[in-house]
Design a protein around this ligand. Structure first.
Ligand code: AMP
Length: 536
């Protein structure tokens, strides 16, 4: 099939020709005619399938007629990360170069007033991350009641990142009569539920079985002791024909350590993770795309959607905690028909995580040995207890499988969670200072609940420690005891005794009589060991 047979406008066809695309990809072939007909679309497609053009091309054709009013965008695209949002904006620029559409990119970490100025001039296409959009909406800088086309991209990633409440809120502000395009790499039940709620008689288009790595990626795994991982990585970097590579770590602090270690060994390496300021993230990614940096040590913020042409290698320095992430990470290479190579460094404790990956991708990852490194073996998968704090963590069963069981997702240990994309991307939401500027914040400070509460002097005098202990020991207030128990669970998981100060004790005053060292000792050990072997 040819692009000219899909019903796109002549300006868009010219831009496609300039770009050098000869044929639409399967998702484009299926989605473009539906979007042009004004139908809602439910697309099950991963990045790398050409899905961005699948919705941007027909949107440009549709929006070519009509004009946007100030602060009232005509279309809205929600993306989970700033990088993806920026990438979609680039696509609009490329494919819309012969159309005079105005576009605004609303992402955290960028100047508010520049974004507001753009909105004031009226935009046809608004591309946003949910947090920044809600902030601007709450500040009254934007109205969403003229949205004709609404796109939710990477819906399953939005779910993982905890953005669904934000999205539901945004959808509640949109006009009921609109066209909705909903894309997700996987369709777990929660995503299906959202699709049912947001879409009207959608046309379903599915292009690749969910979570299957591309055949163009050659995979291999090296099983080594945790302490030998950097040596193994350097060996691979030196022996493989690495043009450029993403090196994925699970934890942000490991990213910095690994970057420094590689620098010391003379590699040209940068870092990318969600705690970096946006300008640095953009600059680093640009340098990497231009080839000024050849290795990028990164978190899962780079795992989805980031499109670096011709990335030769992906290294999983850590086995990803979720098998889905493995597929997304290695999917950065072997794109657009090119060959790519993906290596994973696993230690014996990663047996469960590796098992979850092989079950998901339905194949074994070939194991390779590296001369000079101690030979180790995976133990029995059932015998490995999830580690807390250190690398590895609980068994990474497929998330959709976990969800399917109806229970809560098995969550990684606290430390590890902090490094998961969800947390990173939450950290990407507008900085606290930004939020502090919002009038809502002041209003919140004056919420009636607070005012309703008795003033400090009027409240019950605080109990002494002894009295509180005695009361607790007597068991005369079960509710208090339960409350403290649950607080303790939140604070710490050890069996320590709570030192209490009364009824209205703030959480930060709750501490265990037993020092909280368990998690930290594990972590420090890991870190120290990493640090101490940095001379290698
Ligand atoms: P996406 O899945 O949207 O992230 O696109 C993945 C890559 O495929 C991008 O680099 C696009 O430029 C490229 N691409 C999209 N459509 C086509 C096409 N019809 N022919 C060749 N490459 C394409």
């Amino acid at each position: 099939m040819l692009f000219s047979e899909l019903g796109l406008g002549p300006d868009v066809l010219r831009a496609i020709e300039d770009k050098g695309y000869t044929q639409p990809t399967p998702i484009q072939e299926q989605a473009i005619p539906c979007v042009l007909q004004g139908l809602d679309v439910l697309g099950c497609a991963q990045t790398g399938t050409g899905k961005t053009a699948g919705f941007t091309l027909p949107m440009i054709s549709i929006l070519a007629s009509g004009r946007a009013r100030a602060r009232m965008p005509r279309s809205l695209i929600l993306e989970p990360t700033r990088e993806l949002a920026a990438q979609v904006a680039e696509s609009f620029e490329t494919y819309g170069k012969y159309n005079k559409l105005s576009m605004a990119l609303l992402i955290g970490g960028e100047n508010f007033s520049d974004q507001v100025k753009k909105l004031d001039r009226g935009v046809d296409v608004l591309i946003a991350t949910p947090g920044r959009l809600i902030d601007l909406f709450e500040r009254g800088n934007i109205m969403l009641n003229d949205i004709k086309i609404f796109v939710i991209d990477e819906a399953d990633r939005m779910l993982d990142m905890g953005f669904i409440p934000d999205i539901e809120r945004i959808v509640s502000k949109l006009p009921k009569t609109r066209q909705t395009l909903f894309f997700s790499a996987t369709m777990p039940p929660e995503i299906r539920r959202l699709a049912d709620a947001f879409l009207t008689q959608p046309k379903e288009v599915t292009v690749a079985p969910p979570a299957s790595p591309a055949e163009t990626v050659t995979q291999a795994m090296v099983l080594v002791n945790e302490m030998d991982k950097r040596k193994a990585l350097r060996h691979l970097l030196n022996t493989e024909d690495v043009k450029n590579a993403f090196i994925f770590c699970n934890r942000k602090r490991d990213i910095a350590v690994l970057q420094k270690s590689l620098e010391r060994h003379g590699f040209n390496v940068g870092a990318l993770h969600g705690d970096m300021v946006q300008s640095k993230r953009t600059e680093t990614l640009d340098l990497f795309k231009k080839g000024d940096i050849s290795l990028l040590v990164c978190s899962d913020v780079a795992a989805r959607g980031i499109d670096v042409q011709g990335l030769s290698h992906v290294f999983n320095f850590d086995v990803p905690l979720s098998p889905d992430d493995y597929v997304h990470r290695i999917g950065r290479t072997g794109r657009a028909g090119k060959q790519g190579r993906a290596f994973m460094l696993a230690s014996p404790d990663d047996v469960k995580l590796v098992g979850a990956i092989t079950r998901l991708i339905k194949r074994e990852i070939p194991m390779i040995a590296i001369d000079g490194l101690e030979t180790v073996e995976f133990g029995d998968e059932d015998a490995v207890r999830p580690r807390r704090g250190g690398r590895g963590g609980p068994a990474g069963r497929d998330r959709s499988e976990q969800r399917g069981r109806g229970g809560r997702e098995e969550r990684p240990a606290r430390e590890e969670r902090a490094e998961r994309p969800a947390r990173e991307e939450r950290a990407e939401r507008p900085a606290r200072e930004d939020r502090a500027e919002r009038p809502q914040r002041e209003e919140r400070a004056e919420r009636p609940q607070r005012d309703d509460r008795p003033q400090r002097e009027e409240r019950q005098p605080r109990e002494s420690l002894a009295a509180a202990e005695a009361r607790r020991n007597n068991g005369d207030n079960r509710r208090d005891r339960d409350r403290n128990r649950s607080r303790r669970r939140d604070e710490d998981d050890d069996d320590g005794v709570i030192i209490g100060f009364g009824d209205h004790m703030p959480a930060f005053m709750l501490r265990s009589a037993r020092p909280r060292v368990v998690t930290e000792v594990v972590d420090n050990t890991t870190d120290t060991s990493i640090e101490s072997s940095q001379e290698d």
